[in-house]
Design a protein around this ligand. Structure first.
Ligand SMILES: Cc1cc2nc3c(=O)[nH]c(=O)nc-3n(C[C@H](O)[C@H](O)[C@H](O)COP(=O)(O)OP(=O)(O)OC[C@H]3O[C@@H](n4cnc5c(N)ncnc54)[C@H](O)[C@@H]3O)c2cc1C
Length: 369
């Protein structure tokens, strides 16, 4: 199994926490410190696993693609390649794509793909006043987007030495819009909520991008401020998306606003050129590799084990043990980062490893609520 190293959620968050500004923190006697925080542990056991899944992150070392080009007499706007951060970046890069495609356009619009990129792009096109049809091989719940754990965190989607200054500017703009857009959607209807996140702080490489603003409340905890059997723990707040509910609601929103959804598989750009719409957004995720010959796009497989829901667990964790995101539809335990692996069946050994590491973590709690 090949791990992404600098690109994985654990090392990224560990390094981000290590290098970000830590407002009023680091000392064990900080003004805002709350002592003896006991948390309800996650009950980790093989017989509490309700499902296992494996999904393929559409990873592109040179970064996501948001770009317009001509396709015959049509305008084609790409919006794909978001790796392990597609939920996080969705509203943001879809906004950039819409801003590239819509100015000067009249008439209906086609969106190819019904994952998080296709659905958010379609909504933004509708909000701008254009009729839209989504064409996709697979619909929710059968997309990669439905598998995502749903942490709002811009990790694991590019290699720092391969991106351009122009791309960094797109990334920063996308983050800014996504951050604000998700916040105004917090609530049960879209399945989005804020949670405190406890992160094992490691060494790791420096964090990419200016991310301070996206980790509110970030501070290092003293040993008596958390129950984890871990030496260095950092806490911050971020949003968590129950992806199934979110995507279902977005699909409804598209349809309520008059959008059409058609199941269709495209095997060549010429088939897109034959569509009636003159503006087309390509939101096919990993599918862009075959459809547009982008060999820079590769899968990074992630395997997850989902446990029975525990509504009392209202915090998340990332660290050496893996990650734990509590959702109404189950406790998500992750996960693997396997580069270049296309197989979508979860492997019992990998799942057993995920269960074992989390069992040790929560079994070692020093204090339980
Ligand atoms: C295990 C795991 C955990 C993750 N956790 C997180 C997380 O916590 N936070 C986060 O931000 N991100 C996370 N991600 C990443 C996120 O899931 C992806 O970046 C995101 O889902 C990509 O969305 P997409 O719409 O581009 O692709 P997809 O969801 O794959 O959608 C692509 C759409 O295009 C269609 N399509 C493809 N090819 C064709 C074709 N030729 N013709 C017609 N239709 C086509 C598909 O059928 C589908 O409808 C995770 C991913 C995995 C696998």
């Amino acid at each position: 199994m090949i791990r992404l190293g600098a690109m994985d959620r654990r090392s990224f968050l560990g390094s981000a926490a290590a290098t970000l500004t830590l407002p009023g923190c680091v000392t064990t006697s900080g003004r805002t410190a709350v002592r003896n925080i006991c948390l309800p542990p996650v009950h980790v056991a093989a017989d509490r696993v309700i499902r296992t899944v494996a999904g393929l992150r559409p990873y592109r070392a040179a970064g996501f693609v948001v770009r317009a080009e001509a396709l015959g007499g049509k305008r084609l706007v790409h919006n794909y390649g978001h790796g392990g951060a597609g939920i996080t970046l969705s509203w943001g890069t879809s906004k950039l794509a819409a801003m590239l495609g819509l100015p000067g356009h009249r008439g209906p619009v086609a969106v190819i793909g019904a994952g998080v990129m296709g659905l958010t792009t379609a909504r933004l096109v509708q909000e701008a006043g254009f009729p839209v049809t989504i064409y996709a091989r697979a619909l929710t719940p059968d997309t990669t987007s439905n598998i995502a754990g749903g942490q709002w965190s811009p990790f694991g989607h590019y290699r720092d030495d391969l991106v351009t200054p122009e791309w960094r500017a797109q990334f920063a703009a996308a983050l800014d819009y996504s951050w604000r857009r998700f916040q105004i959607m917090v609530g049960d209807d879209y399945g989005i909520r804020w949670l405190p996140t406890y992160t094992e702080t490691g060494g790791g490489p420096p964090a990419p991008a200016p991310l301070d603003a996206y980790h509110p409340g970030l501070r290092r905890l003293a040993p008596d401020e958390h129950p984890f059997p871990i030496e260095q723990v950092t806490r911050f707040d971020t949003m968590y998306v129950e992806t199934g509910r979110f995507l279902r609601q977005l699909t409804r929103d598209v349809q309520l606003a008059g959008g059409m959804i058609r199941v269709r598989d495209f095997s060549a750009p010429a088939e897109l050129a034959a569509l009636p719409e003159r503006l087309i957004f390509n939101c096919t995720g990993l599918g862009s590799r075959a459809l547009f010959g982008d060999t820079g796009l590769e899968p990074v497989r992630g395997q997850l084990a989902i446990l029975l829901p525990q509504p009392e667990v209202r915090y998340a964790f990332t660290g050496q043990a893996g990650y734990m995101f509590p959702r109404a539809d189950g406790i998500v335990l992750g996960g693997t980062f396997e580069r270049g692996v296309w197989e979508m069946t979860p492997e019992p050994d990998a799942i057993a490893g995920i269960i074992a590491s989390h069992r040790r973590l929560f079994g070692g709690f020093r204090c339980t609520a």
